[in-house]
Design a protein around this ligand. Structure first.
Ligand SMILES: Cc1ncc(COP(=O)(O)O)c(C=O)c1O
Length: 401
């Protein structure tokens, strides 16, 4: 009932839907997206289009009439190609039955959450974190519980005792995003082992988001040119669901295709959840994904190289202003930095659009207080150099917020 009029609310909704927060990133992007000449570094994507060899596989599929419903778990050639890709990346053999094709990483995440957490449950999330974790958990009726990470000279770190203290009788899962968006925090094997030990001890699921695994910049953390993974430390019976996507490695954000990796024995459950949410992924997109896995390696190498260059430009350029705390991120392709003296990241992001014509994402959107901003450096060097040229004088002048 509407209290002021005592009439029924016109459009009554579940509170989980009605209260889902607007994304703080989208709000800032909407404020600035029409500005001529804006350098948009607010979203998590590069500036290169999907390689032609991937697009051609999709157009061939459509030309051949692959326009029908298909396998709920994903077409067999894609599941096989995913297994082969994992064999190469992790240097051991993977069963194709572990892979379930989804509408982007987001749908993999949503499916994972629906499997393990609902009303009355809690899910722990090391924070700052990509806001969609908390959003998807809350919409499922569960409670996202942030585990604040520490920020220091050496970057972000996760206090394992704090994580342990966060786990309650209601906790069902821990989200572990490594390398992380937005912080670039990349868990060592030792940290992954400790989280896994906690999960085993307390009977928890791990939702492992390792979508930035190929973007590891700290050589001390790198294993065969990829980040440490739960795959390096887990057993077959461990309760781990991996969220994955084609979006970042192969510049396919607009295609909306990803995958969930799970124990094969959960296949029927996952198939049912896919049936009752999206009813599968378009075949032409799946054919494109096969091409990405089998012919996209040179492009991935280019993306990684561009991110490394971008990281050096941004960390060097903004660091030189002396106005930001910006420890070089160990992984992913974001700089998440604190503007000294600033307290309101939303006001700061809007002001930088007005004064520098550069679009950055405000830290509050990732669940952190203070003057933090996220900058995506997966872009060509000229844009990033120009962004530094524009931002530096504004930062040096002191940004009131
Ligand atoms: C940490 C993380 N996980 C998952 C995703 C989902 O990617 P998508 O739904 O575009 O495939 C993103 C996208 O930004 C991300 O940053």
């Amino acid at each position: 009932m509407d209290e002021t009029t005592s009439r029924p609310a016109p459009f009554p909704l579940r509170p989980e839907a009605a209260l889902a927060p607007e994304s703080g990133i989208v709000e800032v992007a909407n404020y600035g997206r029409r500005r001529p000449g804006i350098i948009p570094l607010w979203v998590g994507e590069g500036d290169l289009p999907t390689p032609a060899v991937i697009c051609e596989a999709a157009t061939r599929s459509l030309a051949e009439g692959e326009t029908f419903y298909t396998w709920q778990r994903g077409i067999p050639p894609l599941r096989q190609a995913l297994a082969r890709y994992h064999d190469r990346l992790y240097r051991r053999s993977f069963d194709e039955e572990r892979f379930f094709v989804t509408i982007g990483g987001m749908h993999a995440l949503q499916t994972a959450i629906r499997m393990v957490a609902g009303t009355g449950d809690e899910v722990a999330i090391p924070t700052p974190a990509w806001p969609n974790f908390a959003g998807a958990i809350a919409i499922a009726g569960a409670r996202p519980v942030p585990v604040p990470m520490d920020f220091g000279q050496g970057g972000w770190s996760l206090d394992l005792d704090r994580l342990r203290q966060t786990v309650s009788a209601r906790t069902r899962a821990i989200v572990v995003n490594s390398p992380a968006n937005p912080t670039g925090w990349t868990a060592s094997l030792e940290t992954l082992r400790a989280i896994l030990a906690l999960a085993r001890e307390r009977g928890l699921w791990i939702i492992a988001d390792e979508i930035y695994a190929r973007f590891v910049h700290d050589p001390a953390l790198s294993i065969d040119d990829r980040a440490p993974s739960f795959k390096d430390v887990m057993d077959e019976q461990d309760r781990i669901l991996f969220v994955q996507t084609f979006s970042k490695n192969w510049a396919m954000t607009g295609w909306r295709i990803g995958w969930l990796e799970a124990p094969p024995s959960l296949g029927q459950v996952i198939e049912n959840l896919i049936q009752y949410s999206t009813s599968g992924v378009p075949v032409f997109a799946q054919r494109a994904a096969v091409a990405a896995l089998e012919q996209g390696e040179a492009f991935v190498a280019r993306q990684i190289e561009a991110a490394r260059r971008g990281r050096a430009i941004i960390c060097g350029g903004l660091g030189a202003t002396g106005k930001v705390d910006l420890p070089p991120p160990s992984g992913a392709f974001y700089a998440f930095f604190k503007v000294k003296g600033a307290t309101d990241s939303r006001a700061l992001a809007l002001r930088l659009i007005d004064r520098a014509n550069v679009g950055l994402a405000p830290g509050f959107a990732f669940g952190v207080e203070g003057g933090f901003l996220r900058l995506c450096f997966a872009r060509k060097a000229e844009d990033l150099e120009e962004a530094v040229r524009r931002l530096a004088p504004v930062l040096e002048a002191g940004v009131p917020s």
